[in-house]
Design a protein around this ligand. Structure first.
Ligand SMILES: [Zn+2]
Length: 219
């Protein structure tokens, strides 16, 4: 979970809406647009393939944008078919799955501890300036406090990232349900649909594309 947060996504290498959204099942890098036969007007076309295809010798296939759009819309039609159920399910799990209360309590405790360590460090520094302390002892004690501070700070940062991640996932899932319900008929592909419904897609070696939607559903 925390790994996922810190790993992040490749910045989009071009303006393609498909950049950074389709993951290679072989090497986990992202798909990006590549221009094929760029010198020939007749055969020139853009395909999407793993950005590390040749570096990692990936066996996952390439797709045209149209193929991705078609596969995506086919899957979306299944979502639309079940949208009332999806909405109900989301309402039911929302409070549990995206709840950050306990994490925030834990984070606040760490914050208090950070403040307390920081205060003790300051006190120790000013004591050392006033009184002739054993410097070896002083340094040892100070280093201990620094280590403690750093280790608590690391946990604090991880929790903060986790909380932010959960919150943004909740926003994404809410947007997902809203989009799914707002349209009467969803038939045409649009970048808006692509962005508001899809978290990312994964391409398997056999060419199968699994779409991971923003409510956590995988189809
Ligand atoms: Zn790959």
């Amino acid at each position: 979970m925390l790994d996922q947060v810190s790993k992040g996504r490749r910045p989009a290498s071009s303006v393609s809406i498909f950049s950074g959204k389709i993951q290679c099942g072989d090497c986990r890098d992202w798909y990006g647009p590549k221009l094929w036969h760029s010198k020939s007007e007749k055969y020139r076309r853009t395909v999407l393939q793993c950005n590390s295809k040749f570096k990692n010798k990936c066996q996952t296939s390439h797709f045209t944008e149209e193929e991705i759009e078609k596969a995506f819309m086919h899957t979306v039609s299944q979502l639309v078919f079940n949208r009332e159920q999806i909405k109900e399910d989301f309402e039911e799990i929302k409070r549990i799955a995206y709840d950050t209360t306990d994490l925030e309590i834990e984070r606040d405790k760490l914050y208090v501890e950070l403040e307390s360590i920081s205060k003790r460090m300051e006190d120790t520094i000013s004591e050392n300036a006033r009184v002739a302390l054993d410097q070896e002892e002083y340094n040892r004690h100070f280093n201990e406090m620094t280590d403690r501070f750093n280790s608590v700070k690391e946990k604090y940062d991880q929790l903060t990232a986790w909380i932010e991640d959960k919150k943004s996932r909740l926003l994404g899932a809410e947007q997902f349900v809203k989009t799914l319900l707002s349209e009467g008929e969803i038939k045409e592909f649009s970048p808006m649909l692509w962005h508001s419904l899809l978290d990312h897609a994964v391409v398997a070696r056999d060419g199968k594309i699994t779409f991971v939607f923003k409510n956590g559903m995988e189809l």
